[in-house]
Design a protein around this ligand. Sequence first.
Ligand code: NAP
Length: 317
Amino acid sequence: MSTAPSSPPIFGRIGVIGVGLIGSSLVRAAMETGAAQSVSLWDQDPSTLARAAELGLGEPAASLAEAVSQADAVFLCMPVGALATTGALCAGSMKDGAILTDVGSVKASVAKDLRTLSRPGLHVIPGHPIAGTEKSGPDAGFASLFRGRWCILTPEPDGDKDYLSAVEALTRFWERLGSRVELMDAARHDLVLAITSHVPHLIAYNICSTAADLEAVTQGEVVKFSAAGFRDFTRIAASDPTMWRDVFLNNREAVLEILGRFNEDLTALQRAIRWGEGDLLFDVFTRARGVRQSIIEAGQDTAAPNFGRDAPAEPKP
Ligand code: NAP
């Protein structure tokens, strides 16, 4: 639910570093809801920064230091592998009382690195909006991206009164953008996200990779006759390779733990197919269908045909 911009802003100025899908969506949502009064932008790529300014997303800064120096909250919105170094470059230029946060898809390693930057007057609060698409860049962002989606914050457990106020302000900011906020331990976040996001992406990349190998044999038939299963299942394999490389390098333990369990379950299904154990297959599929149904009931997806997205374009002759 978005709030009318007439409500007082949560932050006077925010700095958004990295104006891709998530950064530009955050800016759009903050401006639309009035959660921030003004926005300064920075991106390592000058053409991306220029494009963000052209889209009217905020004031492009001349340097990273300039983008963060007057900000009440700085949002690091770049791939996980660049968060620690960029955070360190920001911290020295940030004003007292400011919040340094991020949107990275992995939390334990990021929280450990960012925590080293906290000092009296600089509140480090790692975060992760569980919202996204397979698209990248400032043109791909949209203001409603976070609406009805969870945002997980992994604050330090032993913060003082000022730190707790900062966590409360950041929570209200994400709520203003339409998110539901949950505070969580970083390691727990990484395990949960390994099964709900990271391993599914790995499987999507892998099935595309297997299909690509088969293409040589089937001479284009895999792509030409892409059935609903392959199409729906592989949408997320269009996601940014840099982002996902960094996710797997930084959430190694949790992903390997979940992959181990996944492989065991897959082997059981493989065995059931080999030995014609129809009852077992039926039971597993029935239970799995219930899980899918509960995702829709929880409002995290739609049962509409084609997931409520537009119909695919007419096939090429
Ligand atoms: P994106 O669309 O590729 O945007 C990332 C932007 O950050 C790019 O413009 C990139 O520039 C820039 N960048 C990279 N390193 C930088 C640095 N050191 N300083 C400043 N800018 C830098 O990616 P995204 O999807 O928004 O993802 C951003 C973060 O959000 C990631 O940490 C990701 O894990 C997290 N996240 C993503 C999703 C999702 O579904 N996409 C969902 C939730 C959270 P270049 O293009 O030049 O590298």
